[in-house]
Ligand binder design. Structure first.
Ligand SMILES: Cc1cc2nc3c(=O)[nH]c(=O)nc-3n(C[C@H](O)[C@H](O)[C@H](O)COP(=O)(O)OP(=O)(O)OC[C@H]3O[C@@H](n4cnc5c(N)ncnc54)[C@H](O)[C@@H]3O)c2cc1C
Length: 313
């Protein structure tokens, strides 16, 4: 068993970066599924030194054989009940949002999507409304190239500042958004060893009333679709155009809504959402997702692709 706590305390000696850290922190407190066992060390650094500190932490930990998981809002992950070995680096303390000339909004990775959307609305800039009400951090949304209401994050992204972790030393770099690098729920960061520290978005002048109206429309739509009724991570599977209909419809047509493993249940009202009805363990959510994918495979010959990520299994 690696002495993760000992490593972390040693690493911090002589450093004065503000923030919070806890040993054995339950991940259920940091995931929208409200499930997941303890992280050996959970740390949420704060302040302007976050990028350098985090880069050094990740590389030093790796040198000692200690893995580091980067956590955004925990809105797209299922964590095992055995938790996460090593260090969980929570980006939530690095969360400023500000405007730049020319309709640019710059957002630090740990800011919530909703904070970025609200900031843009407050300065009457339009373009982020489609994300209103979507849980998670901005860094996570860029990493996932989150998509809703026919728009993807990459549609308004200008560039992303990262700490590259592929070399011997952490390297701060700006990655311009090239459309060819992005796709449906795909970003280049999924194949790059890097910590996203912030992104800039190009928005257009709008009117406060119209922007607020669109945000409210999306929020209400999510409410009506039952997104906030129970803990979940949104869509379990990606949609695949070749299947001719959304994953949720396919699952619904097979009569799988309501199917349960323990407290994990396919939402009775939506085939592509798994909900935590109470005390669902990560392994129950995983088993249910596998059961659904297996039934779709055996009955229709279709291979569903996971959108949610399983961590610690
Ligand atoms: C009710 C509900 C509705 C949802 N609706 C939608 C929707 O309409 N469209 C959609 O696309 N998604 C949706 N989601 C899923 C989720 O909101 C998005 O995928 C979101 O972008 C995840 O961001 P996060 O910060 O929570 O990432 P996390 O779940 O914390 O992490 C996801 C991945 O990103 C990586 N990551 C996070 N931050 C960084 C960083 N700074 N640097 C490097 N890697 C990082 C993590 O290591 C992990 O691999 C929904 C979820 C819920 C609960």
């Amino acid at each position: 068993m690696l002495n993760v706590a000992g490593f972390y305390k040693n690493f911090n000696r002589g450093r004065s970066v503000p923030g919070v850290f806890r040993l054995g922190e339950p991940m259920s407190a940091h995931t929208t599924f409200k499930t997941g066992g303890p992280a050996d060390v959970w740390v949420r650094p704060e302040g302007g030194d976050f990028p350098e500190y985090s880069g050094e932490l990740i590389l030093s930990a790796r040198n000692e054989g200690i893995p580091v998981f980067i956590l955004g809002g925990g809105a797209n992950i299922v964590v095992a009940e055995t938790g996460i070995r090593g260090i969980v680096l929570d980006t939530g303390g690095y969360n400023a949002v500000h405007g730049e000339p020319g309709g640019i909004v710059a957002v630090q990775a740990g800011a919530s999507v909703d904070d970025a959307v609200r900031y843009a609305a407050s300065v009457e800039l339009s373009g982020l409304e489609f994300l209103a009400g979507m849980p998670g951090s901005l860094g996570g949304a860029v990493w996932m190239n989150a998509r809703c209401y026919e728009k993807s994050v990459s549609d308004v992204l200008v560039d992303t500042e990262v700490i590259d972790l592929g070399g011997q030393f952490p390297l701060r770099t700006v990655v311009p958004c090239l459309q060819r690098d992005f796709g449906y729920k795909k970003s280049p960061f999924q194949n790059r060893d890097a910590l996203i520290v912030g992104s800039r978005f190009a928005l257009k002048k709008g009117t406060a009333e119209k922007i607020a109206g669109e945000m409210e429309e999306h929020r209400l739509d999510r409410e009506e679709k039952g997104h906030y009724r129970f803990p979940s991570a949104g869509s379990v599977f990606k949609n695949n155009r070749k299947f001719g209909r959304p994953a949720g419809k396919i699952i619904d047509e097979l009569g799988l809504c309501g199917l349960a493993v323990g407290d994990a249940q396919v939402a009775p009202w939506h085939g592509n959402i798994i909900i935590n009805r109470g005390k669902a363990a990560g392994s129950e959510i995983k088993a249910l997702a596998e059961l659904v994918a297996g039934k779709v495979r055996s009955r229709l010959g279709l291979e569903l692709e996971y959108e949610i990520l399983f961590i610690g299994f």
